[in-house]
Design a binder for this molecule. Sequence first.
Ligand code: GDP
Length: 367
Amino acid sequence: ATEPLFCIGCGAQIQTTDKTAAGYTPSGALEKGLETGELYCQRCFRLRHYNEIQPVSVSDDEFLNLLSQIGSTDSLVVYVVDIFDVNGSLIPGLQRFVGKNPVLVVGNKVDLLPSSFKPTKVKDWLRQTVNRAGLRPVGVELVSAKTNQAVDDLLTVINRYAHDRDVYVVGVTNVGKSTLINQIIHQSSGERQVITTSKFPGTTLDLIKIPLDNGHLLIDTPGIIHSSQMAHYLSSQDLKYVSPQKRIKPRVYQLNSGQTLFWGAVGRFDYLQGPKAGFTVYVDNNLMLHRTKLENADEFFANHAGGLLKPPEGPENVIPLQRHEFKVTDTSDLVIEGLGWVTVPKGSVVAGWAPKGVAVLIRKSMF
Ligand code: GDP
């Protein structure tokens, strides 16, 4: 085996295989780095040259280690969640890990929500959702890191809650934390350079620090990978059907009990019991929805998954779906984690299907 190589910026071990993990370096850059004697990982390279950070992820153990160290500091914790996939953004035990430190929840990707949504209602809903997960945030904010919506307001709020404390930004991968940090970097004044400095013991990475108005630092932490994310089950080509890039246009279906709605071949919704009703589906605009009779649904899936029903592209890539049945007492959303949700009327019985390992759940309606 060859000698391990290390990034001279952050100390992570250089590797050329996993773009999302610490130390990733394209092989071309590795050769060049060895020639010049200045070997940086891609993340540190971009940070030095473009003042831009790239997302990076760590293992569960490293992440928990890092979180519990935040607990022993006096700081404000900014917790970024994907408003389109709140359940997939949850960090179990976050409140316990951060100790007495205040937590500010940031719902990112509001640009995806239909224009009919009321920000105050969504904020209340998000607060209740994180409350149920055991978190008592000092505040809840909504932003779009991508369109730079309300990011300046967020900075004002962060400065207000931070007082004279440092700020740690935490989140699972894919919630848009890096995009948000880059917006913040570009908004903070040019003279004050972003720095990478001290290392948390037990992590491979130096943390990115950004000077704030209060004289303290905003510190980016690596994201933890949520293994149940739908993204892990699809090729990058198929992902375009399930991770929305544009504002979602809700689609309404009139369903009788005994009808099934396929969400490509990656999700399925069965209406088992209840009166004829309108069901509104919030998924990527390109994801094909197909209605069939429940009694024919299994056969339909067997014949058409990977063909008429996609993603995935091609029958060989089809993943078997697992069924989860629910009796719904209040008006609710049935969520297929990472894919979207459908509104369900109170008093009905429904089933949601997803690849094994992808969560299917009932939650209080968002709208
Ligand atoms: P991280 O893993 O949390 O650092 O996430 P990234 O910043 O890499 O973003 C993950 C994905 O979400 C990328 O495809 C981004 O383009 C997308 N994304 C990030 N912020 C937003 C946002 O505000 N709105 C939308 N629609 N997409 C976003």
